[in-house]
Design a protein around this ligand. Structure first.
Ligand SMILES: [Zn+2]
Length: 176
């Protein structure tokens, strides 16, 4: 691929990710300002993704935020991850990794508490469904995830999508 950023080895993707993490953290926190939450203490999630164009290897950053203006399960809802994924998918880009800054909340399905808020059941179901369908999707099992406690930013948990699915019981049993 004719780009200085890419030699298509996974170690290079790894390097790109680690190099961009500080910038991605800033962008994820800034994106929280656009979050919409119905809660009395707003649940604001900001996401910043390092994306790569498979056609030329070029990278860029896309950010997004959650949108849940009404309580209950009937109203509109969008996770910060989903916001970013829609844009990446529309542009045919892959997500090398995402930084997700959110208030602390244990996992919605398993109750596992890592001091951060992991991607929710909706997100895990979406990834599972896309991967099951076998079509190309912007999020891959190797996509990096860095969860940050927005109130205590020193608390961070890094894992891949694959690992997240494994730890939090994939998406096969709950939340569909
Ligand atoms: Zn979610």
């Amino acid at each position: 691929m004719p780009n200085q950023h890419t030699t298509s080895g996974s170690s290079d993707t790894e390097l790109l990710w680690h190099r961009h993490v500080p910038t991605l953290i800033d962008r994820a926190f800034a994106a929280r300002d656009r979050a919409v939450s119905h809660r009395k203490i707003p649940f604001k999630v900001g996401v910043a993704a390092l994306v790569q164009d498979p056609r030329d290897g070029r990278t860029a950053i896309i950010d997004g935020a959650n949108y849940k203006p009404l309580p209950g399960s009937d109203g509109p809802r969008k996770c910060g991850e989903e916001d970013v994924e829609e844009e990446a998918d529309r542009l045919g880009l892959y997500i090398i990794g995402m930084v997700i800054a959110a208030p602390h909340q244990p996992d919605d399905a398993t109750g596992i508490d890592l001091g951060v808020t992991p991607s929710c059941t909706f997100c895990r179901c979406r990834w599972h469904t896309k991967h099951q369908a076998g079509r190309k999707y912007c999020v891959t099992p190797g996509t990096h995830l860095l969860f940050i406690n927005a109130d205590i930013p020193t608390i961070k948990v890094a894992m891949t999508v694959q690992r997240t699915m494994a730890i939090f019981n994939g998406a096969t049993s709950q939340g569909k």
